[in-house]
Design a protein around this ligand. Structure first.
Ligand SMILES: Nc1ncnc2c1ncn2[C@@H]1O[C@H](COP(=O)(O)OP(=O)(O)OP(=O)(O)O)[C@@H](O)[C@H]1O
Ligand SMILES: [Mg+2]
Length: 265
């Protein structure tokens, strides 16, 4: 059995998952190292959000294990509260509660995990997190008063409320204009550098991927088509990856040998 490196924050081993009788993910394995931004890529409907939901144990998996910070959880097990506290999530739609202010939204993980903490202390923590996402001005505002980019940053403040060691983000910059998307990407890099948080990010925004990705897994037909660095992805001659990373069809080859699949060993 492979000895897990101290630098490995998360390991997904032979995960099989789906809905009812339908299998979406057949056999997925990859790891996340300390301080890296690991991206989950693939075409729409390939199972990226399903993978995230299974890693977070929001859905029960069919088989396989997930190891967080050296602690392994089986397919039917939920995460324990310690692991949850060390993990933050930014959902695809932000999922802010509309009848709570930005500060109250960001306070929710603190109320859930440390209900006896004095309110003034919670407010100080939330102010710090809002400052980190450059949104302190919106402390008393309601979600309906925020722009799309501000909503994402408010949701991000909530996701980092407990200073997680591992942050999951589903499509953080999708739906934002290019300038706002860029500033959110820069914010994610800043948080990685200042908080030392490792990240698992789902995205199909190529501009974002090129800025923030350290390593990625590309999903296809329920399997990992490629696990590699951004540069390896950009250089790949696999037609699917060529198409994904260059947004164009690969050139025709003369012979029938076609492309190398040397990463599929
Ligand atoms: N709650 C659900 N019940 C049944 N099937 C589902 C459910 N959620 C997703 N699926 C199916 O699982 C497959 C993967 O969906 P998923 O949302 O994980 O894809 P995705 O890669 O995140 O797509 P996108 O890039 O569009 O967000 C799709 O075929 C989808 O129809
Ligand atoms: Mg999705």
């Amino acid at each position: 059995m492979e000895v897990q490196s101290k630098n490995t924050i998360l390991r997904v081993d032979h995960l099989k998952a789906g809905y009812g009788g339908k299998t979406v993910l057949n056999d997925i394995s990859f790891d996340v190292k300390k301080g890296e931004i690991r991206m989950i890529l693939g075409s729409s409907g390939c199972g990226k959000s399903t993978l995230l939901n299974n890693i977070l144990k929001l859905i029960k998996s069919q088989s396989g294990t997930i190891t967080y910070f050296g602690k392994t959880f089986g397919a039917k097990e939920g995460l324990d509260s310690e692991t949850r506290m060390r993990t933050g999530v930014l959902f695809q739609n932000g999922a802010l509660l509309s009848d709570l202010t930005v500060a109250e939204n960001a306070m929710l993980p603190l109320i859930r995990s440390m209900p006896y903490m004095p309110k003034s202390q919670m407010e100080a923590i939330v102010a710090d997190r809002l400052e980190k996402v450059h949104l302190l001005d919106a402390f008393h505002k309601y979600p309906s008063e925020l722009s799309g980019g501000m909503k994402k940053r408010a949701a991000l403040a909530r996701a980092i409320a407990l200073k997680p060691e591992l942050l999951f983000c589903d499509e953080p910059s999708t739906g934002l204009d290019p300038v706002t998307a860029r500033s959110l990407d820069e914010l994610l890099l800043e948080l990685r550098d200042t908080l030392g948080v490792s990240m698992v990010i789902v995205s199909h925004e190529l501009e974002s991927i090129k800025i923030i990705c350290d390593r990625f897994v590309y999903l296809q037909d329920g399997y990992v088509l490629m696990d590699g660095t951004l540069q390896q992805g950009l250089d790949s001659e696999n037609p699917t990856l060529w198409n994904f990373f260059r947004r164009e069809c690969p050139p025709e080859k003369d012979n029938n040998e076609y492309y190398h699949f040397d990463f599929l060993d």
